[in-house]
Design a binder for this molecule. Structure first.
Ligand SMILES: CC(C)(COP(=O)(O)OP(=O)(O)OC[C@H]1O[C@@H](n2cnc3c(N)ncnc32)[C@H](O)[C@@H]1OP(=O)(O)O)[C@@H](O)C(=O)NCCC(=O)NCCS
Length: 173
């Protein structure tokens, strides 16, 4: 398994992994019809645009297959003071609990540091206890709470922050 910057050719696989990972992660946390409405082609278009634009997208590759991805960039959430934001972090179930998430966080932190952002935050659903324990294990501190309001449902979320992203790069060899 390797983690490397995503290229335009990865957008399709990222779109598929994004939808699969949402089904695996959020079943029971959000309405089934929301999950059923997710469209890999729409995600592909969105990720192709990010890869071609701001970048900061990395894939976990198992041979030629993408089994996870992460993305980071400038924080655009005015409620948090951090310069950077870990926007996305999804590994398929088959790739979890083998250290790849820790490694991906290190790669994203290194990306932010290299682009002038010394600190960063991220948002996670409160019910996503596994991911919250992961971020806590990696030294994230609770820095905010918010509830995403959708039509007919909502999702309580917690923000985790790192004041010094270099602590995350120690996992990189
Ligand atoms: C959350 C996620 C990114 C973690 O990546 P991972 O590769 O599975 O985690 P790692 O193997 O690097 O774990 C590092 C440490 O974090 C902790 N940890 C990771 N997953 C955990 C879980 N589900 N429950 C409790 N602790 C966990 C453990 O302490 C682990 O060390 P250990 O395996 O030696 O005990 C990954 O599981 C994932 O993509 N999950 C589904 C999607 C998701 O929830 N994304 C986050 C959205 S905000």
């Amino acid at each position: 398994m390797i983690i490397e910057p995503a290229t335009a050719a990865d957008a399709r696989a990222i779109g598929i992994v994004h939808v699969l990972a949402w089904h695996e992660t959020y079943r029971g946390m959000m309405p089934d019809q929301v999950l059923a409405s997710l469209n890999p082609s729409e995600r592909e278009t969105m990720w192709a645009s990010v890869i071609a634009g701001s970048g900061g997208v990395y894939v976990l590759r198992d041979g030629t297959r993408v089994t996870g991805f992460g993305a980071a960039g400038r924080n655009r959430d005015a409620s948090l003071p951090h310069a950077g934001m870990i926007n996305t972090m999804y590994l398929l179930g088959e790739a979890q609990r083998r250290g790849h998430g820790r490694q991906m966080m290190g790669v994203l932190a290194r990306h932010l540091l290299a682009t002038g952002m010394p600190d960063a935050a991220l948002w996670v659903a409160n019910d996503n206890t596994g991911a919250r324990q992961f971020y806590e294990k990696l030294g994230g501190a609770v820095v905010g709470h918010a509830t995403e309001l959708h039509e007919g449902w909502d999702m309580a979320c917690t923000a985790y922050g790192w004041d010094d992203l270099t602590v995350l790069t120690h996992s990189l060899t």
